[in-house]
Ligand binder design. Structure first.
Ligand code: GAR
Length: 223
């Protein structure tokens, strides 16, 4: 049965688009029950509309506290019947009101966690001068950018590259690893023990991996 998703965005929604595309081409067995944005003008909402997906904007500035905003989101998400909450460029800190309301929340971050957590992972990595950065899909817990890692893509930093250029190349990998991680979840292949994530039968890549870069666990056909 298709995995039911509530996808949360704050901006452009290119990760949302990659999820929509993989659902539409049949690689990802999922259904988007709701796209929710804390920014009424987020282009992610337009993407949802273009694909006939249910969407809602809850402007966080209209709420008196983070907890009140989170409670409003919880209500909307519970009403849509999603199995899992997918943070896709959702740029608000979440309180325990939200974290404790759902069994499974996942996030994508544009750096190799635990390095360069926060709102500017790409820029911080480029400014620091690391030679390899990348992207991380992880479960969300009560600490920001901290939960168990499902999959990471390593992306070499090019000489003289700034955060924007690096971020654009990382984004290409984000668009592949996030739908792949969701498909593993849809297939019920993911287990977590002592913050180690195991993907059953992972390790035999069926799809060529874009160069330069490395994805672990390897991508499978369609991603
Ligand atoms: C993505 O790079 C995502 O990893 C990042 O925001 C961007 C959203 O792009 N998220 C974070 O930095 C979370 N800490 P998108 O709206 O085009 O998907």
């Amino acid at each position: 049965m298709a995995l039911k998703l509530a996808v949360l965005v704050s901006g452009g929604g290119s990760n949302l688009q990659s999820i929509i595309d993989r659902i539409e081409d049949g690689a990802l067995d999922a259904e988007i029950k709701l796209v929710l944005s804390n920014k009424p003008d987020a282009y992610g909402l337009t993407r949802a509309e273009k694909h006939g997906l249910p969407s809602v904007a809850l402007d966080h500035t209209a709420y008196e506290s983070r907890e009140a905003f989170d409670a409003a989101m919880v209500e909307k998400i519970n009403a849509c019947g999603a199995d899992i909450v997918v943070l896709a460029g959702f740029m608000r800190l979440l309180t325990s009101v939200f974290i404790n309301a759902f069994k499974t929340i996942v996030n994508i971050h544009p750096a190799l966690l635990p390095s360069f957590a926060g709102c500017h992972g790409q820029r911080d990595a480029a400014d620091y001068g690391v030679k390899i950065s990348g992207a991380t899909v992880h479960f969300v817990d009560e600490i920001m950018d901290h939960g168990p890692v499902i999959v990471q893509a390593a992306v070499p930093v090019l000489s003289g590259e700034d955060g924007d250029a690096l971020g654009a190349r990382i984004l290409e990998f984000e668009h592949r690893i996030y739908p792949q991680a969701l498909q593993w979840l849809a297939e019920g292949r993911v287990t977590v023990k002592d913050r180690h994530v195991f993907v059953a039968d992972a390790g035999k890549p069926k799809a060529p991996i874009t160069k330069p870069g490395l994805v672990n666990p390897p991508l499978e056909e369609g991603f």
